[in-house]
Design a protein around this ligand. Structure first.
Ligand SMILES: Cc1cc2nc3c(=O)[nH]c(=O)nc-3n(C[C@H](O)[C@H](O)[C@H](O)COP(=O)(O)OP(=O)(O)OC[C@H]3O[C@@H](n4cnc5c(N)ncnc54)[C@H](O)[C@@H]3O)c2cc1C
Length: 421
């Protein structure tokens, strides 16, 4: 079975639940492919509603982005609420704005031990030219009842303990958690609710069989189900025609320092918020397990081979926090985020009984939890609306060249970030 990378999360998580590879032939109401936040929350909701569910993953639950991310639980999408209202209507904006509430409520309801902390998310502006944009964003969410606050440069220095921030805002709906413990905890409660979850079970074929779906794994096990959900995000392979070419699997890289000494810990991110900066190719950071300072950001498109590949992340870490320059780096790891052309998650239903959700653009901890739950509810009760518009599968042209043109795009945006500075 593919193994998770040696991340800070893998080193500190509770043991994984037993999810042995599937063998033989099985029937279920719903088949879920992918045991990340999308697939697991859908499976949990379905199992709680009395449906029989089988979840199959090529790795173990949380093997994909769900077990490797920054653990920043952030509501909202790339677009501001007024734009979302205009594009999709207020119900979608409301759903997006409540995504972090949904994740934290799930954790509380099921007592999932994943160090949840509703400490807020700070969007940190590294440029004065970004301040009007974030002020507008903040005001738009405030108008919808979100608890938010604007920070000037002095407040940012105090709230982050870092340097180089022109200002920022905090969204107190947000927070942090331990993502691998969250994924494993969701798997545990879904199992307890009756779902069957199998790791080491890559689905290599999905075929229609009358009104049902038949999935075949790489070892020849077969699952027949009335409904199927594909929740494969940045790890999407060729299972469903054209789907892989709807997303660019970009790498996100992260590092974690050795534990901060007490004097630094008291001054760096004292409120323990999640933070990301406003650059087009920006960074995100927080305090993680063992009081380590974590920094993440966009990496190369290939898999990293060693710490030198993380030089941009280290440069950001030491740029914002020169006081940690001498601390060793204890962990470095990466994972794949699914980027879409319109920067929005996509919901597809090529058949009424096949639901596909992917493309969180690096913002899926809250959104994938909320969307998976909503998909589960909809399959149980079709009157429960799907919260996002269903779109057709639209592969990107010349997708196979994505490492080339996406790398070029990243260089272009980095240059614009640098020129604006
Ligand atoms: C390094 C990193 C940092 C991030 N930081 C944040 C953050 O701080 N906040 C935030 O909101 N978001 C963050 N994200 C994004 C977030 O983690 C994802 O959006 C979210 O986890 C997506 O969940 P998912 O269930 O849709 O997909 P994933 O968790 O990626 O799961 C997809 C699963 O599908 C399985 N799969 C694929 N094909 C098959 C097949 N054919 N058969 C069986 N199984 C298959 C894979 O093995 C995988 O486990 C980050 C992502 C990364 C990589």
């Amino acid at each position: 079975m593919p193994q998770e990378p040696a991340s800070i999360w893998a080193a500190t998580a509770a043991p994984a639940p037993q999810t042995p590879a599937i063998a033989g032939t099985h029937r279920a109401d719903v088949l879920v492919v992918g045991a990340g936040f999308t697939g697991l929350t859908a499976a949990l909701r379905l199992a709680e509603g009395g449906a029989s569910v089988i979840v199959l993953d090529a790795g173990a639950p949380g093997f994909g982005a769900s077990g490797r991310n920054g653990g920043q639980v952030i509501p909202g999408l790339k677009y501001d609420p007024d734009t979302l209202d205009a594009m999709f209507g207020e119900a979608t904006t409301d759903f997006v704005g409540k995504a972090a509430d949904t994740a934290f409520a799930l954790i509380e309801k099921h007592a999932i031990a994943c160090e949840p902390r509703r400490s807020g998310w700070i969007q940190a502006s590294v440029k004065t030219s970004h301040l009007p944009v974030i002020e507008r964003r903040m005001a738009a969410w405030a108008k919808r009842g979100a608890a938010v606050e604007l920070f000037d440069a002095a407040a940012m220095a105090r709230e982050t303990g870092g340097q180089g921030f022109a200002g920022g805002w905090i969204d107190r709906r947000a927070g942090i958690l331990h993502p691998l413990d969250y994924a494993r905890g969701l798997a545990r409660v879904a199992l307890a609710a009756g779902a069957r979850i199998h790791g080491g079970s890559r689905v290599v074929k999905l075929a229609r069989d009358g009104s049902r779906w038949t999935a075949t794994t790489q070892t020849g096990a077969v699952v027949s189900a009335e409904q199927a959900i594909l929740a494969t995000n940045g790890y999407t392979d060729g299972l469903w025609p054209g789907l892989k070419a709807t997303v660019i699997p970009a790498s996100s890289f992260q590092v974690a320092t050795a534990p901060l000494p007490a004097d630094l810990l008291a001054r760096i991110l004292p409120g323990r918020p999640a933070v990301s900066d406003t650059r087009r190719i920006g960074n995100y950071f927080r305090i993680g397990p063992g009081n380590r300072l974590m920094m993440g950001g966009r990496g190369s498109f290939g898999e990293p081979t060693g710490l030198p590949d993380y030089h941009r992340i280290l440069k950001a870490l030491h740029g914002f926090f020169p006081q940690v320059r001498d601390l060793p780096i204890d962990f470095h790891w990466s994972g794949r985020v699914a980027m879409t052309r319109d920067h929005l998650p996509h919901l597809h239903r090529p058949f009424p009984n096949l639901t596909i959700a992917l493309g969180y653009n690096g913002r899926g901890v809250a959104m994938a939890s909320a969307l998976g739950t909503a998909i589960g509810a909809h399959l149980l009760h079709p009157a429960a609306p799907l919260p996002l518009a269903v779109t057709r599968i639209a592969p990107m042209p010349v997708h196979d060249l994505h490492p080339l043109y996406a790398t070029a795009a990243i260089h272009y945006y980095r240059l614009r970030d640098a020129l604006e500075h």
